[in-house]
Ligand binder design. Structure first.
Ligand code: HXC
Length: 516
């Protein structure tokens, strides 16, 4: 009988713990169009699988009248569950308790599940909705952030880490999501900025709204801090689940394979008409990607940032792949600072988690001009070379059209340890485009000529015949084969199959020193 009383008491305490900051604050949360911490976890995990850890933890602060204001579980809900039938750990900040602010114990709760996730080799998802450091706790709270940043860093590349920003994330607190692999935000709810509009005005005189400064759209389009933006929380968590379906649980595993009815020998007749005859005319590279992959299903990452470069996940014959490509529709697909950063980080993510990389190439070169040079296109462009060169996962590339100069070498070329390098017959592989090349090597001849324009056009044609094709590179083995565009899907799928047993590792070292 005694035990029954105790179980009844446990039930009562548990009910109190699941009430967060209480009905008034839950109502306020809903009135803002936001879900509560627990509702979010219920959507993220497979129905009914979430198990909470530490629901009875309370803060230990006694200053500022805090001793009288304690809430079971404090300002974060933590635990584990199953996503697509695979385990994962998560934390979800509870805005109904002191605005989700991070106390010392909230940090300890988060660190506990991060440690468990890493030790068990399963992904970690952090849901952020917080006023930042618990002001009443001072340095204890700040140190709590440090503990989280340290774990984000140590577990980077070991287990996938995902951040979902569905409320304020301000000041130094933004650096936890920034270290994780992918950041999701919901329009109108998620905000992420270092200093708010008042501080900006006081320091720089600039007037800017919160949304313009740190809303989901600016973080997805301008700063590149955010990888995925959605209209609603429900859509957002659905897509977190989808992203995880492409990934292995940890760095020791291969990504899961999925069943598909899409024939790996499917032929793409439309690829014959995709590349315009005029080589300066754009076309939509996304059509090449979506028509190649299983069921035309391509999950694009950072869709709205550096749109001259496309990165994302797909399946080919059921196998997860990371896809990279130029987008000729934006800035002719040129490689600039943002594109290099975006692409390099994606290559490194795929390499961390054993995801083969498929690269479609149509690159006219690096972006010229003082703006790019002064801001460090050399340093940023070097990241992409570094990332591809050090990656040991299977690397397959298909040159669709232009592959010029250093940018060609950067794009998964044979000399950066590309495994299988294909080209369409429309490929042009050279040090630079015909016009630029002729102006350099025949400058004097053109000047001296009685008909400079005709001479120039003749020389351009000569150069084009020599280099604006894939056969010179193929004759030297830089290209493994020139393929019929219609057979692109079959060729990549076969290459992926043969490279499944690839076993390559880099020279021993503490870690490389990628140009940051
Ligand atoms: C303690 C906090 C808090 C905080 C909010 N609250 N932020 N309590 N520490 N950081 C409390 C409020 O006092 C209030 O309590 C309740 O949470 C809800 O907050 P509201 O202000 O009523 O909500 P709202 O109007 O929606 O505004 C949300 C907000 C605002 C924009 C986040 O609360 C705010 O500006 N908070 C301060 C943000 C901030 O400057 N944080 C420090 C950032 S620097 P009551 O009891 O009244 O209901 C930082 C450093 C990290 O975090 C460094 C890492 C190394």
């Amino acid at each position: 009988m005694e035990i029954e009383k105790k179980v009844t008491q446990l039930k009562k305490i548990r009910e109190e713990a699941s009430a967060g900051g209480g009905p008034k604050y839950i109502e306020a949360q809903h009135a803002k169009g936001k879900l509560t911490a627990k509702e979010r976890l219920d959507i993220l995990f497979d129905a009914g699988t979430f198990e909470e850890i530490d629901p009875f933890v309370t803060h230990r602060c006694t200053d500022f009248g805090m001793a009288e204001r304690k809430f079971l579980g404090d300002s974060v809900v933590t635990g584990y569950g199953w996503i697509n039938n695979r385990p994962a750990f998560a934390s979800s900040q509870d805005f109904t308790v002191f605005g989700g602010s991070l106390s010392e114990v909230a940090s300890q709760k988060i660190c506990k599940v991060m440690d468990l996730a890493a030790q068990n080799g399963v992904p970690f998802v952090a849901i952020l909705d917080s006023g930042g450091a618990r002001i009443q706790e001072g340095a204890d709270s700040l140190a709590g952030y440090g503990e989280i940043f340290t774990r984000n860093t140590l577990y980077s590349g070991s287990i996938p880490q995902i951040s979902v920003i569905v409320g304020p994330t301000a000041g130094g607190a933004v650096y936890s999501p920034a270290i994780t692999d992918f950041v999701f935000m919901v329009k109108g709810l998620g905000q992420s900025y270092i200093t708010g509009p008042e501080v900006v005005k006081a320091v720089t005189g600039e007037e800017v709204s919160l949304e313009e400064l740190g809303g989901a759209i600016v973080n997805a389009t301008k700063s590149g801090n955010c990888h995925f933006v959605y209209e609603t929380e429900r859509q957002c968590f659905k897509q977190v689940r989808k992203l995880l379906s492409f990934l292995p649980q940890n760095h020791k595993e291969k990504p899961p394979t999925v069943d598909t009815n899409d024939d790996s020998n499917r032929v793409n007749e439309e690829f014959l008409d995709i590349v315009p005859v005029n080589s300066i005319q754009p076309y939509d590279m996304k059509k090449v990607i979506t028509n190649t992959v299983d069921d035309n299903d391509f999950m694009e990452v950072q869709e709205k940032f550096a749109r001259n470069f496309i990165v994302g996940f797909a399946h080919l014959s059921g196998q997860s792949v990371g896809i990279l490509a130029q987008q000729p529709m934006y800035m002719a697909g040129v490689l600039d600072i943002d594109a290099s950063d975006k692409a390099a980080r994606f290559v490194r993510f795929c390499d961390c988690f054993n995801i083969p990389i498929v690269t479609f190439v149509d690159v006219p070169g690096y972006m010229p001009g003082t703006d790019q040079e002064f801001r460090g296109i050399i340093r940023h462009g070097a990241k992409l070379l570094f990332a591809y060169a050090e990656a040991t996962v299977p690397k397959i590339s298909i040159i669709i059209r232009k592959a010029y100069g250093g940018a060609y070498i950067a794009m998964s070329s044979k000399s950066l340890r590309g495994d299988i390098n294909y080209a369409w017959p429309t490929a042009e592989i050279a040090v630079m485009g015909p016009e630029g090349a002729i102006n350099v090597i025949y400058r004097n001849e053109i000047k001296k000529s009685k008909q400079p324009e005709e001479t120039k056009q003749m020389l351009i044609q000569e150069y084009r015949n020599k280099f604006a094709n894939p056969y010179v590179a193929a004759a030297r083995g830089y290209i493994d084969d020139v393929i019929d565009p219609r057979e692109t899907r079959t060729k990549i799928t076969k290459a992926l199959q043969i490279l499944r047993s690839k076993d390559s590792c880099n020279p021993p070292k503490k870690h490389g020193n990628i140009p940051l």
